[in-house]
Ligand binder design. Structure first.
Ligand code: NDP
Length: 297
């Protein structure tokens, strides 16, 4: 059997198109563009790249992007003062503080300072709480993107066995919550799980969010399972090359022989994350203006 490749890149492009159309509609109705503020502290090269691509994607979708860069030694007071300003700025609908922050800054207390209604990353405890009790808030972008791919592929998830490997606050836990809300029977596995291959074998849906290259093997999978690979891992470079290959947490080639459908790395979950960030920002904008959120978002 050869699995269907779930094309996250194409799906994300369609979502960005819809966001672009709805952003234009928002601008007409609200008389202003929806806006995303991204805060970067320090000069971590990977974070600079992420912030740059988020800004470009925001502008490409017809929304306003506000980039704020603070030096690596910025104090918590400086950062909190900026967050405060952005909270009360009516042209800013979404606020994202790029993680990780330099070690002297406490991430949770900074995130807690963001207004929950502008927390488009969905990391604020209020939004985590809203998700867990079934109220509408903001859901972290990566798991929401995974959920969109899953429902597009499978439709109704009721009664399906889902195994999420990983229990982080930004991926594993919200992913499990979303699957539970969709009436799947959910197991969360982690580094202390006994017999992980046996647990995964039960799953109709496997979401791997671990950060270990090609850990999930073909023989762990139930034939026909739908596999969502969140992992992004860079292998050591091959001789004569500068950069190693990017791989996921699932051994893609062999898993493709057993799974029914699988996301590739790159080109699977990765492109969904930014597309959902744009979607969340536009949802925030509609809500902030008291307008109904379009159904296609
Ligand atoms: P974390 O490091 O926060 O969490 C990893 C989880 O995997 C933990 O719950 C850990 O268990 C579990 N784990 C580690 N080793 C094992 C093991 N041997 N067996 C079973 N479980 C294990 O990572 P994140 O959730 O932030 O990210 C996970 C992966 O997803 C990373 O590769 C990251 O790069 C990628 N990612 C991709 C995104 C995208 O846009 N595509 C966005 C976000 C993340 P325990 O809790 O017991 O320690």
């Amino acid at each position: 059997m050869t699995a269907t490749r779930i094309d996250g890149k194409a799906f994300a492009a369609q979502l960005r198109d819809r966001v672009g159309k709805d952003a234009a509609e928002f601008e007409t109705r609200a008389g202003r563009k929806a806006g995303l503020a991204v805060v970067l502290v320090g000069e971590d090269p990977a974070s600079q790249v992420y912030v740059g691509s988020k800004g470009k994607a925001t502008v490409a979708a017809g929304m306003a992007s506000f980039e704020h860069k603070l030096p690596a030694d910025a104090s918590a007071e400086d950062l909190l003062a900026l967050v405060d300003r952005l909270n009360s700025d009516p042209s800013v609908d979404g606020i994202l503080v790029q993680l990780p922050l330099p070690g002297h800054l406490d991430e949770q207390s900074i995130i807690s300072a963001i207004s929950p209604d502008k927390d488009v990353d969905g990391f604020h405890v209020i939004n985590a709480g809203r998700l867990s009790v079934g109220q509408s808030g903001f859901v972290p972008c990566t798991p929401l993107g995974c959920m969109m791919l899953l429902t597009d592929r499978l439709g109704d998830l009721s009664g399906l066995e889902a195994v999420v490997i990983g229990r982080s606050n930004i991926v594993g836990k919200p992913m499990a919550q979303l699957l539970l809300d969709a009436n799947a029977t959910v197991t969360i596995a982690h580094s202390r799980t006994k017999d992980l291959p046996g647990v995964v074998k039960r799953a109709d849906i496997v979401v791997a969010a671990v950060g270990r290259p090609e850990m999930v093997k073909a023989e762990w999978l139930k034939p026909g399972a739908t596999v969502i690979d969140v992992g992004i891992n860079r292998l050591p470079p091959e001789p004569g090359t500068e950069k190693g290959r990017l791989v996921g947490d699932v051994a893609f080639d062999e898993a493709s022989e057993i799974a029914g459908a699988i996301t590739p790395v790159p080109g699977g979950v990765g492109p969904m994350t930014i597309a959902v960030l744009l979607r969340n920002t536009l949802v925030a904008a509609y809500r902030n203006e008291g307008l109904d959120v379009p159904e296609d978002l």
